[in-house]
Design a protein around this ligand. Structure first.
Ligand code: NAD
Ligand code: ZN
Length: 474
């Protein structure tokens, strides 16, 4: 098996570099904040391409935390089917009769950068070793799909099937797949967890060596080929998920097996942006009950960070955005105060410090603006403040702050996918929704049938949607 050593590929290479130096700073200077949980601790510098594991992977069964009692799976499955008409018995028959065969189904194909997607009949080959073929029931649109579809500033890779936030059901599994089976409910994740590499074995990291996001790769790892074709012409994959297709083939390490009772039309949004923001607050910033949290950027990721602050019991959640139109929506997410940097003559970090008697306890940056990143760090209180960077900066950005800001016991961290390990942790995030601890409905502002997928792009491009659910087969 050929090893791929990309970091975040083009859009994230620089971000990764920045994060490397940020982690370097942290390990040298950060003061650890209270909780003994190992994943909170400053990580050592992440190494690129050092690990040389090759050959077949072995996937142990899921841990108790993420494995569900099999005895009541059937009941849950039928409850779920009542709730979700798309998972009808016809799909189950199709699943059992199609294993090992090529499936013809509909997919939204991007033939060219920035041109509307075209619903085509595609052939989807059976899964190979360590792969799973999944029937997608619901998918949603994220900025990353739009960014790569526009293909501005990157090497374009077309024709391609985009999509990476989704929920589906396993149709068939390839050789060596032992912990997923026909009928399992899964969320595809753009970055994987092989469970074998140093990152996967570390409690501190979720940056799997084998399955870390690679936006340049349009083929499967196993044989370097695509599983999608139209009349023999290969159609490329996107981040190993390609969920804008009724059936798709995904590496088993990029699939989180979830509670089959969870409604896939809601929990599908946990595949990417919402988990990223939520985890940035809950896993990395870790506000204590009653503390203040500033969230920079009130897009989907920032609103999810605010949701994390609400769940953690923050006393004040201060939203910072340049776009005042975001403030009204953000009230639903428990944001209590709003600051628009444009309304002030002084740097926003000074405004926040004045509002909070010296600085906020935690800040989570979800903008991608280097200025906001610096402000987010400099607005945290000395002695205990923690700032977490989530946004992906531009290629030439450099993070500049006076080292005294670190010496004065402020901590700066960065996070990728909210520090969640996709297979180990995402099933637990789904349970937070099932327990009504986490609210997902408020993120879902629109829905469209698959045949109108281009409308979802329009809504996002015009800033009208947080998340638009696309119903497959409709
Ligand atoms: P979005 O565009 O919907 O929201 C960003 C918000 O930031 C906007 O409301 C914008 O007005 C605001 N903003 C921009 N510059 C600002 C500034 N200087 N000060 C205050 N507000 C400012 O984006 P999103 O989908 O919510 O994603 C947010 C960021 O997170 C992006 O950079 C995205 O690439 C990144 N991201 C990172 C990860 C990760 O794993 N680290 C994962 C997904 C997304
Ligand atoms: Zn791994």
């Amino acid at each position: 098996m050929r090893r791929q050593w990309c970091l975040f590929a083009q859009w994230q290479v620089q971000a990764a570099m920045d994060s490397l130096s940020v982690r370097h700073i942290i390990s040298a200077t950060a003061t650890h904040q209270g909780s003994p949980r190992r994943r909170d601790q400053a990580s050592p510098i992440q190494r690129k391409g050092i690990h040389t594991q090759t050959g077949r992977l072995c996937f142990p069964v899921l841990s108790k935390k993420s494995d569900f009692q099999e005895k009541d799976t059937d009941t849950r499955l039928s409850q779920s089917k009542q709730r979700d008409r798309s998972s009808s018995s016809s799909s189950e028959i199709a699943m059992s009769s199609t294993a090992g065969q090529v499936i013809k189904c509909k997919a939204a194909v991007a033939w060219e950068a920035g041109k509307p997607l075209v619903i085509e009949e595609v052939e989807v080959a059976p899964p190979q070793a360590n792969e799973v073929r999944v029937k997608i029931l619901f998918t949603s649109l994220c900025h990353t799909d739009v960014y790569f579809w526009e293909a501005k500033g990157q090497t374009p890779l077309f024709p391609r099937i985009f999509g990476h936030e989704a929920g589906g059901i396993v149709e068939s599994v390839g050789e060596g797949v032992t912990d997923l089976k026909l009928g399992d409910h899964v969320l595809p994740v753009f970055t994987g967890e092989c469970k074998e590499c140093r990152h996967c074995k570390s409690e501190e990291s979720n940056m799997c060596d084998l399955l870390r996001i690679n936006t340049d790769r349009g083929v499967m790892l196993n044989d370097g080929k695509t599983r999608f074709s139209i009349n023999g012409k290969p159609i490329y994959h996107f981040v190993g998920t390609s969920t804008f297709s009724e059936y798709t083939v995904i590496h088993v390490g990029c699939l989180a097996k979830i509670n089959p009772a969870a409604p896939l039309d809601k929990v599908c949004v946990l595949s990417c942006g919402i988990s990223t923001g939520l985890g940035a607050t809950l896993n990395v910033a870790k506000p204590k009950k009653g503390q203040s949290v500033a969230v920079f950027g009130l897009g989907a990721v920032g609103l999810a960070a605010a949701e994390g602050a609400r769940i953690a019991g923050a006393s004040r959640i201060i939203g910072v955005d340049l776009n005042p139109a975001r403030f009204e929506e953000a009230k639903k997410f428990g944001v209590t105060e709003f600051v628009n940097p444009k309304d002030h003559d002084k740097p926003v970090q000074e405004v926040l410090a004045e509002m909070t008697d010296g600085g906020v306890d935690r800040a989570v940056e979800c903008t991608g603006s280097i200025q906001a990143m610096i402000s987010a760090f400099e607005c945290v209180h000395d002695g205990w403040g923690v700032a977490v960077l989530v946004g992906v900066p531009s290629k030439d950005d450099a993070f500049k702050t006076h080292p005294m800001n670190l010496l004065n016991e402020r901590t700066l961290k960065g996070t990728f996918f909210g520090n969640y390990k996709p297979r180990t942790d995402i099933p637990g995030v789904v349970e937070k929704y099932m327990n009504k601890e986490l609210e997902l409905e408020k993120f879902i502002t629109h829905s469209v049938p698959f045949s109108e997928i281009n409308k979802a792009f329009d809504l996002m491009l015009h800033g009208k949607s947080i998340r638009c659910i696309i119903t497959m087969g409709a």
